[in-house]
Design a protein around this ligand. Sequence first.
Ligand SMILES: *Cc1c(COP(=O)(O)O)cnc(C)c1O
Length: 228
Amino acid sequence: MSIAGNIDSVKKELGNKGVKLIVVSKTQSIPIMEEVLSTGHRIFGENQVQELVEKYEALPKDIEWHLIGHLQTNKVKYIAPFISLIHSVDSLKLLEEINKQALKSNRIIPCLLQVHIADEETKFGFAHEELIQFLELGAWKNLKNIQIHGLMGIATNTPNRKIIQEEFYEFQTFFKGIQLSYFRQDSFFKELSIGMSSDYLIAIEYGSTMVRIGSAIFGKRKYKEEEL
Ligand SMILES: *Cc1c(COP(=O)(O)O)cnc(C)c1O
């Protein structure tokens, strides 16, 4: 099927649940992204700062850019002027740097806290206890140029639906607890970024508000991306 056809069928599956589709365009060329733009879609996710900035410069300015990959503190400054949402915040140090750069750009940058929910060792993110410690510590409350809009997680890469269902169920429960305990006053804390090509239909059953989808739209990526 065509890219436009794939986007259309994913959007139909997301239906009217209000789940936001983030088209993950990492490793895709500008002409391919222009094909997506011609469908009217304007929300893209990238996992590397340099690639994201190059595409930002080459493409129309009404695009909503999401950073979904690991972010090093020394690279925050390149995306702070325009990024719509950073999904991958995994330390206070990083959040402080985002706050600092957001202030320089006179912006408030929406962020998600990435939580480690998979069985796998290699994935970034806060462990559950670490996240609670971080929130209890409270230093984040002094950062006026960031807003924490929710949580992001990556499930185990497995064909076993049951494992994925359990991980998403636990994460949804954790999310609700965090929302009640720490963000009761913050109506913007409502995003649960879960679901990729292989598991987004499961994710939307467990409260996903944004799915990050690449290969189900573009086909398998030709080049192995760098280890996340
Ligand atoms: C690459 C990537 C995706 C999209 O993966 P697909 O399996 O191609 O849909 C989603 N989230 C993150 C964090 C990624 O790095």
